[in-house]
Design a protein around this ligand. Structure first.
Ligand code: NAP
Length: 297
């Protein structure tokens, strides 16, 4: 048996169609065009490519986007001033700071400075805190973990016997960006959650009973396919560029989970690329639309 593919590209495309309709409806009702501002500090090629992709998708669905490129030598104060200006700009409903920031900058105070109602990446401590408190609703949930959750819901539709509720879920990684909010979202959705990290003693044993695996480490093929439980649903968040002389571009993107054997054992699995990446962008667009609706309600 081979795993069903959790096609993030296709799910994201469906979401874009809905978002485009909703953006047009908001414009017709209130004259408001949702606006997303991106903040790119430095000249990292991959970061620039991710930002460009986000602007292109905004254009596809009718969201206005504002790009702010800041030189790599910018000071903490200069970056914070850009955030302050965007917080005050009524055309901007969502602010995204592309991570990682150059080493000399302190990321947390910059993210904390984003107005909580414009925090479409969902990384403000108030939003993460609300996610962790039972009965509290964050204004936004972080884009990548929320995209993973949508893919798990998709798996529920594809596989009769699969349900997030009551499942044993293992999240690999405990970063603020992916691992921890993912674990919180899974708990919120009634999974029984284990968070594995660099100090976890026996990862194979931890994975042996995992009905859900969400892997966000960034170490190519660190999880052998044989470690995946038969019938599990696997979401591979990692996207790492590795050299591949046989590929046209000389490189390819790989995830944490070795896919060949994993695909034989899992019930459903995301491809890398084309799994979680497109979902992250779709969730960002959805959060920006929600921010604009809330702002003008
Ligand atoms: P990160 O901040 O570097 O966190 C990596 C996590 O992996 C840490 O918590 C670390 O544990 C853990 N780890 C390291 N070695 C491990 C091991 N042997 N076993 C288990 N856990 C281990 O990375 P991130 O920002 O969360 O991103 C993770 C990956 O997801 C990267 O490849 C990134 O490119 C990708 N990503 C993709 C998207 C997308 O849209 N597709 C979005 C965001 C991130 P410690 O805490 O103990 O150090």
């Amino acid at each position: 048996m081979s795993a069903q593919l959790l096609d993030g590209k296709a799910v994201a495309k469906r979401m874009h169609t809905d978002i485009k309709k909703d953006v047009a409806a908001l414009q017709a009702e209130s004259g408001v065009t949702p606006g997303l501002a991106t903040v790119l500090v430095g000249d990292d090629d991959a970061s620039r490519m991710y930002v460009k992709m986000k602007h292109n998708r905004c254009a596809d669905v009718g969201i206005e986007s504002f790009g702010h490129e800041i030189p790599p030598t910018a000071s903490q104060e200069e970056v914070e001033k850009v955030i302050d200006d965007l917080n005050a700009d009524p055309r901007v409903h969502g602010i995204l700071v592309q991570l990682p920031l150059p080493d000399h900058l302190d990321t947390e105070p910059i993210l904390d400075r984003i107005a909580v109602h414009k925090d479409v990446d969902g990384l403000h401590p108030l939003n993460i805190g609300a996610l962790a408190i039972k009965g509290r609703m964050p204004m936004f949930t972080p884009a990548t973990p929320t995209g993973c959750l949508v893919l798990l819901r998709e798996a529920e539709l594809l596989i009769d016997s699969f349900s997030i509720e009551g499942a044993n879920a293992v999240v690999l990684g405990r970063s603020n960006l992916v691992g921890m909010p993912m674990a919180l979202l899974l708990v919120e959705n009634n999974a029984t959650v284990t968070v594995a990290h660099s100090r976890t003693r026996d990862l194979q044993a931890v994975l042996a009973d995992a009905d859900i695996v969400v892997s966000a480490v960034g170490r190519p093929h660190m999880v052998p396919g044989e470690w995946i439980k038969h019938g599990a649903v696997v979401i591979d968040v990692a996207t790492v560029k590795v050299d591949d002389p046989s590929a046209k571009k000389g490189y390819r993107w790989v995830g944490d989970v070795e896919p060949e054997e994993a695909m034989k054992r899992a019930a459903a699995m995301t491809p890398v690329p084309g799994g979680v990446g497109p979902m992250t962008v779709a969730m960002l667009l959805q959060n920006t639309l929600n921010a604009a609706r809330r702002y003008h309600a």
